[in-house]
Design a protein around this ligand. Structure first.
Ligand code: PLP
Length: 267
């Protein structure tokens, strides 16, 4: 398609919009995970949101808001979608029920300015077969009868409790360097410890963390770490599993040091 992508750095306020403008002065499109950056979970600050929306309207550019976690913000109030803000006329909001319900239902949605509707419908027609009509009808009923909101409230509480259990398990096992990251917990690893290798070998003990380094656009700047998903944490086996994982990692001091470096890098 002739698209040239440019990676924009993030810090504790989310995407650095000024750097983005500098790195890609003629950009036509910005793709953002504004409410919870993937994978760190950092929320785009109000000032940066303003700057991003301002950039899009001045440059006649578009923003794709990939709202993959939607309302599953575990602490505080969910950040307002960019598409719901003042001056949001250049925002294409993409939502999914993959995380809030299940990837198996295969339903997502787009909220976009009406002038794009025709082209989006044409494009969607060519991409994939539409989701099963019975699933769509059941989901619509689930939403309109208010069950979805109740489900979200329950899942937020459940995932927050599971994230706390996981953090406690990690700390009890001597991995005190863990950092909450949206629906995951990040365990920063010392430079030189290959996170992709560790993620592979701990499968032998039935753990399946995701390595952090492949998330970096620029592999020479990639940091090593493990992202542990909180969704299926089981309280009964958590400490035992964390202790097993601990056996594959370096000593506590090196882990602590790696965590400090990550924190400094994110801001
Ligand atoms: C950054 C990001 N965007 C979007 C999605 C959702 O994709 P889909 O709706 O195709 O399952 C995910 C799922 O993991 C994700 O990590």
């Amino acid at each position: 398609m002739g698209v040239q992508t440019v990676a924009v750095p993030i810090d504790k306020y989310g995407m650095d919009i000024e750097s983005g403008e500098h790195l890609a002065p003629r950009a036509a499109l910005a793709v953002v995970t504004a409410s919870q950056q993937a994978p760190t979970g950092v929320s785009l600050s109000p000032e940066r949101r303003d700057a991003l929306l301002g950039w899009a309207s001045n440059a006649n550019a578009w923003i794709i808001e990939d709202d993959y976690l939607a309302e599953l913000q575990l602490e505080g109030r969910s950040a307002l979608a960019l598409a719901g803000q003042h001056r949001a006329g250049r925002v294409i909001h993409i939502g999914t029920f993959s995380k809030t319900m299940s990837p198996a239902i295969g339903v997502g949605f787009i909220i976009a300015p009406p002038l794009l509707a025709r082209r989006l419908i044409d494009t969607a027609t060519w991409l994939n077969a539409p989701p099963n009509i019975a699933v769509q009808a059941a989901l619509a009923k689930f939403l309109t009868e208010g069950h979805y909101l109740r489900h979200l409230r329950r899942m937020r509480e459940l995932y927050l409790a599971r994230r706390n259990i996981l953090m406690c398990g990690l700390i009890k096992s001597g991995i005190s360097s863990c950092i909450p990251a949206a629906l995951s917990v990040l365990v920063p690893l010392p430079t030189g410890l290959d996170d992709q290798y560790i993620a592979r070998v701990v499968r032998e003990i039935n753990l399946s963390p995701a390595p952090l380094s492949p998330w970096y656009a620029n592999s020479s700047r990639a940091k090593s770490g493990l992202l542990l998903n909180v969704a299926n944490v089981k309280e009964a086996s958590i400490v035992e599993n964390c202790l097993k994982m601990r056996g594959y990692l370096g000593n506590a001091a090196t882990l602590e040091n790696a965590s400090e470096k990550h924190r400094t890098a994110i801001g």
